[in-house]
Design a protein around this ligand. Structure first.
Ligand code: NAD
Length: 119
Protein backbone atom coordinates (compact mmCIF):
# COMPACT_ATOMS: atom_id res chain seq x y z
CA UNK A 1 0.00 0.00 0.00
CA UNK A 2 1.43 3.38 -0.92
CA UNK A 3 1.22 6.64 1.02
CA UNK A 4 -1.67 8.07 -1.05
CA UNK A 5 -3.79 4.93 -0.52
CA UNK A 6 -3.06 5.06 3.21
CA UNK A 7 -4.02 8.74 3.41
CA UNK A 8 -7.26 8.10 1.52
CA UNK A 9 -8.17 5.47 4.14
CA UNK A 10 -7.50 7.94 6.92
CA UNK A 11 -8.97 11.16 5.58
CA UNK A 12 -9.48 13.29 8.69
CA UNK A 13 -10.24 16.58 6.92
CA UNK A 14 -12.63 18.59 9.06
CA UNK A 15 -12.09 16.32 12.08
CA UNK A 16 -10.61 17.51 15.39
CA UNK A 17 -8.17 15.49 17.47
CA UNK A 18 -6.40 16.13 20.77
CA UNK A 19 -3.05 14.55 21.57
CA UNK A 20 -2.02 14.34 25.23
CA UNK A 21 1.75 14.50 25.55
CA UNK A 22 1.63 15.93 22.03
CA UNK A 23 4.73 18.08 22.52
CA UNK A 24 6.85 15.00 23.31
CA UNK A 25 8.71 12.62 21.01
CA UNK A 26 5.97 10.05 20.37
CA UNK A 27 3.15 12.60 20.68
CA UNK A 28 4.81 14.93 18.18
CA UNK A 29 4.90 12.15 15.60
CA UNK A 30 1.21 11.42 16.23
CA UNK A 31 0.40 15.11 15.79
CA UNK A 32 2.32 15.31 12.50
CA UNK A 33 0.67 12.11 11.21
CA UNK A 34 -2.85 13.27 12.09
CA UNK A 35 -2.34 16.73 10.58
CA UNK A 36 -0.88 15.05 7.49
CA UNK A 37 -4.19 13.20 7.15
CA UNK A 38 -6.04 16.52 7.23
CA UNK A 39 -7.04 16.70 10.92
CA UNK A 40 -7.05 19.77 13.11
CA UNK A 41 -5.02 18.88 16.19
CA UNK A 42 -4.78 20.40 19.66
CA UNK A 43 -1.59 19.47 21.48
CA UNK A 44 -2.27 19.01 25.21
CA UNK A 45 0.96 18.98 27.20
CA UNK A 46 2.42 20.09 30.52
CA UNK A 47 5.43 21.56 28.69
CA UNK A 48 4.99 23.24 25.33
CA UNK A 49 8.68 23.73 24.53
CA UNK A 50 8.56 21.13 21.72
CA UNK A 51 5.69 22.82 19.88
CA UNK A 52 7.71 25.18 17.61
CA UNK A 53 9.74 22.25 16.25
CA UNK A 54 6.54 20.30 15.55
CA UNK A 55 5.06 23.30 13.75
CA UNK A 56 8.22 23.56 11.67
CA UNK A 57 7.88 19.92 10.62
CA UNK A 58 4.29 20.63 9.56
CA UNK A 59 5.16 23.38 7.08
CA UNK A 60 2.00 24.72 5.46
CA UNK A 61 -0.10 22.47 7.69
CA UNK A 62 1.10 24.28 10.84
CA UNK A 63 -2.13 26.29 11.00
CA UNK A 64 -4.04 23.03 11.57
CA UNK A 65 -2.26 22.61 14.91
CA UNK A 66 -2.51 24.56 18.13
CA UNK A 67 -1.34 23.86 21.67
CA UNK A 68 -2.72 24.16 25.15
CA UNK A 69 -0.82 23.82 28.44
CA UNK A 70 -2.56 20.97 30.26
CA UNK A 71 -1.91 18.66 33.17
CA UNK A 72 -3.80 15.48 32.29
CA UNK A 73 -3.97 14.57 35.98
CA UNK A 74 -6.01 17.70 36.78
CA UNK A 75 -9.76 17.73 36.19
CA UNK A 76 -9.87 21.55 36.01
CA UNK A 77 -7.03 21.62 33.52
CA UNK A 78 -8.76 19.04 31.28
CA UNK A 79 -12.10 20.80 31.43
CA UNK A 80 -10.43 24.08 30.39
CA UNK A 81 -8.68 22.22 27.56
CA UNK A 82 -11.97 20.77 26.34
CA UNK A 83 -13.43 24.27 26.14
CA UNK A 84 -10.33 25.57 24.35
CA UNK A 85 -10.56 22.76 21.77
CA UNK A 86 -14.23 23.48 21.10
CA UNK A 87 -13.56 27.18 20.66
CA UNK A 88 -10.51 26.73 18.41
CA UNK A 89 -11.46 23.75 16.24
CA UNK A 90 -14.97 22.56 17.15
CA UNK A 91 -16.15 19.26 18.67
CA UNK A 92 -13.58 16.61 19.44
CA UNK A 93 -13.55 13.58 17.11
CA UNK A 94 -10.61 11.58 18.46
CA UNK A 95 -7.90 11.41 21.09
CA UNK A 96 -4.26 10.39 20.84
CA UNK A 97 -2.92 9.55 24.30
CA UNK A 98 0.87 9.39 24.69
CA UNK A 99 1.39 10.41 28.35
CA UNK A 100 2.44 7.60 30.64
CA UNK A 101 0.11 7.56 33.66
CA UNK A 102 1.71 4.77 35.67
CA UNK A 103 -0.12 1.90 37.34
CA UNK A 104 -1.32 3.96 40.33
CA UNK A 105 -3.51 6.32 38.35
CA UNK A 106 -6.32 3.89 37.66
CA UNK A 107 -8.99 5.22 35.35
CA UNK A 108 -6.92 8.24 34.35
CA UNK A 109 -7.44 7.76 30.62
CA UNK A 110 -11.20 7.39 31.10
CA UNK A 111 -11.17 10.67 33.02
CA UNK A 112 -9.27 12.42 30.23
CA UNK A 113 -11.79 11.26 27.63
CA UNK A 114 -14.86 12.04 29.74
CA UNK A 115 -13.74 15.56 30.61
CA UNK A 116 -12.58 16.48 27.12
CA UNK A 117 -15.73 15.17 25.42
CA UNK A 118 -18.02 16.71 28.05
CA UNK A 119 -16.71 20.25 27.59
N1 NAD B 1 9.28 7.47 21.98
C1 NAD B 1 9.15 6.17 21.71
O1 NAD B 1 9.70 5.67 20.71
C2 NAD B 1 8.29 5.27 22.57
C3 NAD B 1 8.15 3.93 22.23
C4 NAD B 1 7.32 3.11 23.00
C5 NAD B 1 6.65 3.62 24.10
N2 NAD B 1 6.82 4.93 24.43
C6 NAD B 1 6.08 5.43 25.60
O2 NAD B 1 5.28 6.51 25.16
C7 NAD B 1 5.19 7.47 26.20
C8 NAD B 1 5.70 8.83 25.70
O3 NAD B 1 7.05 8.68 25.28
P1 NAD B 1 7.87 9.89 24.66
O4 NAD B 1 9.15 9.31 24.15
O5 NAD B 1 7.00 10.64 23.70
O6 NAD B 1 8.17 10.77 25.96
P2 NAD B 1 8.44 12.34 26.03
O7 NAD B 1 9.00 12.59 27.38
O8 NAD B 1 9.18 12.82 24.83
O9 NAD B 1 6.97 12.95 25.94
C9 NAD B 1 6.03 12.86 26.98
C10 NAD B 1 5.27 14.18 27.01
O10 NAD B 1 4.26 14.06 27.99
C11 NAD B 1 4.20 15.29 28.67
N3 NAD B 1 3.60 15.08 29.99
C12 NAD B 1 4.13 14.41 31.04
N4 NAD B 1 3.28 14.42 32.08
C13 NAD B 1 2.19 15.14 31.69
C14 NAD B 1 0.99 15.52 32.33
N5 NAD B 1 0.70 15.18 33.59
N6 NAD B 1 0.10 16.24 31.61
C15 NAD B 1 0.36 16.60 30.33
N7 NAD B 1 1.49 16.27 29.68
C16 NAD B 1 2.40 15.55 30.35
C17 NAD B 1 5.63 15.78 28.74
O11 NAD B 1 5.69 17.18 28.97
C18 NAD B 1 6.17 15.36 27.38
O12 NAD B 1 6.03 16.38 26.41
C19 NAD B 1 6.00 6.92 27.38
O13 NAD B 1 5.12 6.23 28.22
C20 NAD B 1 6.96 5.98 26.70
O14 NAD B 1 7.38 4.96 27.61
C21 NAD B 1 7.62 5.76 23.70
Amino acid sequence: MNRDELMAMYDFAGKTFAVTGGAGALGGDVVVALAGCGASVMILDLRLGGVPAIKERLGERASQVDACEVNVLSRDSLTAAGTAINERFGPLYGLGATVEFGPLVKGALDMVMDLLYEA
